[in-house]
Design a protein around this ligand. Structure first.
Ligand SMILES: *[C@@H]1O[C@H](CO)[C@@H](O)[C@H](O)[C@H]1NC(C)=O
Ligand SMILES: *[C@@H]1O[C@H](CO)[C@@H](O)[C@H](O)[C@H]1NC(C)=O
Ligand SMILES: *[C@@H]1O[C@H](CO)[C@@H](O)[C@H](O)[C@H]1NC(C)=O
Ligand SMILES: *[C@@H]1O[C@H](CO)[C@@H](O)[C@H](O)[C@H]1NC(C)=O
Ligand SMILES: *[C@@H]1O[C@H](CO)[C@@H](O)[C@H](O)[C@H]1NC(C)=O
Ligand SMILES: *[C@@H]1O[C@H](CO)[C@@H](O)[C@H](O)[C@H]1NC(C)=O
Ligand SMILES: *[C@@H]1O[C@H](CO)[C@@H](O)[C@H](O)[C@H]1NC(C)=O
Ligand SMILES: *[C@@H]1O[C@H](CO)[C@@H](O)[C@H](O)[C@H]1NC(C)=O
Ligand SMILES: *[C@@H]1O[C@H](CO)[C@@H](O)[C@H](O)[C@H]1NC(C)=O
Ligand SMILES: *[C@@H]1O[C@H](CO)[C@@H](O)[C@H](O)[C@H]1NC(C)=O
Ligand SMILES: *[C@@H]1O[C@H](CO)[C@@H](O)[C@H](O)[C@H]1NC(C)=O
Ligand SMILES: *[C@@H]1O[C@H](CO)[C@@H](O)[C@H](O)[C@H]1NC(C)=O
Length: 546
């Protein structure tokens, strides 16, 4: 599906490179042969690259299905189709005498002059080739790195804090420094503007760059960020014991979730909260769901439509903020919404969350036998204060990034079961307090969009195609695409006020648009102002950022 989408949007791609290229001139190499020759000469030009060993360079014709036979199988990325002609460089860069990164640079023949780095996910370990294909297809010279280790697990952190440091910030930074050198060498001129696109851990990497390496990027697009990282892995680890200890009587049966979801919608997907009955919550922060409304005296009378007191208790625990030692705040609540409970159950109940297990065993305690099934408030406090690899990524001072004219665009799905969307406003407000800036001033360089009905980095019942991924591309129009919106902001000074998201019928582009919604920037919230005619809520004009 994604590949067909790409072909369909190639025409508008050209619009993107021509109309947004005032600062960036399109370099079109005259013939394919010349470009191929330049590509084959590149490894000899890179011999002096510090700490680097170039594995290979290869010319890749547009339409090629690249395969990665050596890529770790847990990355689940055995192949990737690329749509445009490019020069591919693969290399190793040592970051210490016991650590290093594997990275790739994909240099398009039709270069816009722009540089872009992709990011990673989870606690991997995996170059995100699909992201590289998306942005190289838009004419960015694109780099991606393996975050200092291979595979989705964290075993490589054991006995090697340098690998943890690579994960925390050094992989992404090194990848950018080296990637810019490769780009400038290959095209024999300096890139014009530098961009970042990532989500989840990739979102954290974008925030880390803005906080600690302000010169790395002119524009950062960082979604669903895993910031406050050690608190996040603590919070992720608290669901397994809640569900396990609740037992069969304490945690709702699958058959009951439909009734719970209906109760959440009845209580919160309502005009009273400025919402429309579209099946998901526009602003979960306004919903103070009361599970006790579902409690019934005898479960056996109708087990599918009511819950016990113990079950209401477990539901409350999941939708409450996490407090730790001495009652100190650790991490905000799982945002509420329909289907969240079943998603939480599916992700966190079979066993302790894998990222929490690996992070605590290998990075925090350096002890493979540490009991991560029963982490305590003391464990959370220890991890947060240890801040292994400088991963917390919660520095509220973005002065240097702002000072050099950097722009930060972040978004967070309001139905994200992996990283609660309730965390992103806490960082925004922290920056506001740290820098003494109201939203009107933050707007100059930092804008945060709440995407209703979006899961973790994509998917969900809302209008979630916003161009953050190649697989979530509805349009290259900067009003509808977070990446081209960022290019327009950096190069033309026009900041996005809203991001118009698209929902396709069954999430299938060829089936046509189901509805669209203009997502507001924080602290505005989207309020339904339309009538109650059938499907009136599908019209973005019936919503207002207030
Ligand atoms: C690319 O090649 C791999 C391995 O041969 C194959 O599994 C995959 O289906 C191919 N992808 C496309 C889009 O043809
Ligand atoms: C990571 O995988 C690449 C192949 O994708 C391999 O060349 C490299 O040696 C691996 N690195 C480590 C540290 O295992
Ligand atoms: C090369 O690696 C050493 C550590 O091994 C580091 O101090 C130095 O900064 C690195 N150089 C670059 C350009 O990254
Ligand atoms: C690696 O570098 C550290 C200093 O960063 C040094 O203490 C250590 O001895 C070196 N190890 C080896 C094997 O060279
Ligand atoms: C390169 O881009 C130009 C427009 O900027 C377009 O006319 C041309 O077809 C593109 N070439 C390739 C090989 O994609
Ligand atoms: C692949 O990744 C898994 C999970 O991180 C890891 O356990 C395994 O050692 C890796 N394999 C190789 C060959 O690096
Ligand atoms: C690189 O650019 C410089 C200045 O623009 C030019 O003199 C030089 O010939 C170019 N080198 C190559 C290999 O094209
Ligand atoms: C049990 O719950 C279902 C679903 O809410 C409802 O349709 C049905 O009428 C209920 N049955 C009784 C006996 O209350
Ligand atoms: C909790 O409170 C006790 C008593 O005031 C204090 O000694 C301890 O340091 C506190 N622990 C944390 C993690 O703040
Ligand atoms: C409940 O649903 C989850 C997925 O959401 C599934 O893995 C599990 O097997 C279901 N349990 C039962 C008893 O059907
Ligand atoms: C959308 O998917 C549902 C079930 O997944 C199916 O019943 C329906 O026919 C599909 N709609 C279209 C227009 O294909
Ligand atoms: C719309 O809602 C109003 C009251 O909220 C009601 O009087 C009216 O009948 C409704 N119209 C339709 C078409 O449902």
């Amino acid at each position: 599906m994604r590949i067909r989408q790409f072909a369909a949007t190639l025409a508008s791609c050209l619009w993107f490179s021509s109309s947004l290229s005032q600062a960036a001139t399109t370099t079109t190499t005259t013939t394919t042969t010349t470009f191929e020759q330049q590509c084959s000469q590149l490894s000899s030009q890179l011999l002096g690259l510090e700490n680097a060993t170039v594995w290979f360079t290869e010319y890749v014709a547009g339409g090629t299905n690249l395969t990665f036979p050596q890529n770790n199988v847990t990355c689940a990325r055995p192949s990737q189709v690329v749509d445009v002609d490019l020069c591919r460089v693969a290399l190793y860069v040592a970051t210490s005498n016991r650590s290093g990164i594997s990275m790739e640079a994909w240099l398009p023949m039709n270069w816009t002059g722009r540089f872009l780095s992709t990011g990673n996910g989870g606690i991997s370990g995996c170059i995100q080739y699909e992201d590289m294909a998306y942005t190289v297809g838009l004419g960015f010279a694109t780099v991606g790195a393996n975050n200092g280790h291979n595979g989705t697990g964290g075993h490589a952190f054991l006995d090697n804090p340098d690998v943890v440091t690579d994960f925390g910030w050094r992989s992404i930074h090194t990848n950018v420094v080296v990637g810019k050198q490769i780009t400038n060498t290959f095209y024999n001129r300096t890139y014009t503007k530098s961009y970042y696109l990532g989500c989840s851990t990739g979102g954290r990497q974008g925030f880390k760059s803005a906080q600690a390496f302000p010169d790395d990027f002119d524009g950062v697009v960082a979604g669903s960020p895993a910031i406050r990282f050690n608190a996040l892995t603590s919070w992720s680890g608290n669901f397994y014991p809640i569900i396990r200890d609740a037992g069969a009587q304490g945690f709702p049966a699958n058959t009951t979730w439909e009734a719970i979801d209906a109760a959440i919608l009845a209580q919160c997907d309502t005009a009273a909260l400025g919402d429309a009955p579209d099946g998901f919550l526009e602003d979960p922060e306004l919903c103070h769901f009361r599970p006790e409304a579902l409690v019934c005296p005898t479960l056996s009378s109708n087990v599918t439509s009511c819950i016990s007191g113990a079950q209401a208790n477990a539901i409350r625990a999941i939708f409450s903020p996490l407090y730790g030692v001495n009652g100190s705040f650790v991490y905000p609540e799982m945002q509420i919404g329909p289907t969240i409970l079943e998603t939480v159950f599916a992700i966190y109940s079979p066993a302790q969350f894998a990222y929490t297990v690996d992070w605590f065993k290998y990075a925090v305690y350096n002890d493979p036998s540490y009991d991560t099934d029963n982490l305590t408030p003391e464990d959370w406090a220890y991890a947060i204060s240890l801040n292994a690899g400088d991963t917390n990524t919660f520095d509220g001072d973005l002065s240097a990034f702002r000072g050099k004219g950097g722009k930060l665009l972040t978004y967070h799905g309001q139905a994200d079961p992996i990283i609660s969307s309730a965390n992103s406003p806490t960082y925004y407000d922290h920056v506001s307090r740290t820098m003494n800036l109201p939203s009107a001033s933050l707007d100059d360089f930092y804008r945060f969009f709440r995407i209703s009905g979006m899961g973790h980095c994509g998917g969900g019942p809302g209008a979630t195609f916003i161009g953050n991924l190649g697989a979530a591309l509805a349009s290259l129009d900067p009003d509808q695409n977070v990446l081209t919106a960022m290019v327009r902001w950096v190069e033309q000074g026009t900041a996005p006020d809203t991001i118009l998201g698209t929902k396709f019928v069954n999430d299938t582009v060829s089936l046509g648009v189901d509805f669209r919604r203009a997502h507001c920037r924080y602290p505005f919230r989207n309020v339904y102002v339309g009538g109650n005619a059938t499907d009136a809520w599908k019209d973005p004009a019936n919503w207002e950022c207030q």
